[in-house]
Design a protein. Sequence first.
Length: 201
Amino acid sequence: MTSIHRKELLDLLQQGVEIWNHWRQENPQVIPDLQKVDFQGIDLRDADLSRANLSEADLSQAYLLDANLSEAHLRGANLNRACLIGANLSQAYLSDASLCNAYLFEADLTQAYLRKANLREADLKRSNLSGAYCRGATLREADLSEAILTDAFLNDVDLEGTILAAPREETAYLNPDRDFIPDWDQPPPAVLTELLQSIAA
């Protein structure tokens, strides 16, 4: 795996999504380290952010329509009011992330790890939560109309006021004894931590 300085990553993003995506295709071995970066309100529609480390990043009100965030590490990230319509968040690590009032219409959240995530009042209409691990998450007043919940783990989830009208699938796990083994990789390795330390120095 190859690392790259954060400033270079931000410079690439500033050149536009097309250039960024081309660079990602040419450098698949690089896991972008964008921890704690302020992306509030940024336009990253169609951006390839798969496997990126965006833990504790501020993506509130960001425009991420059809963005690829599969297997991204978003622990503790702020995605409040972000537009994630049609985004790919499959196998994304979203533990403790905040997605209040986020727009997730038709988003792909298959096998996403949403433990203790806050999705209060989020728009999840027609989203796919198949196999998602949502234990301890808040879905209060969220709209899950026609969402796919096949094999979703919803134990200890706050569903007060949640809209579940006409779900496309109704099979969800509420068994606290069910074992859950994530299929995705562990959060980004130590090399990214070392990169942050070198930046701070």
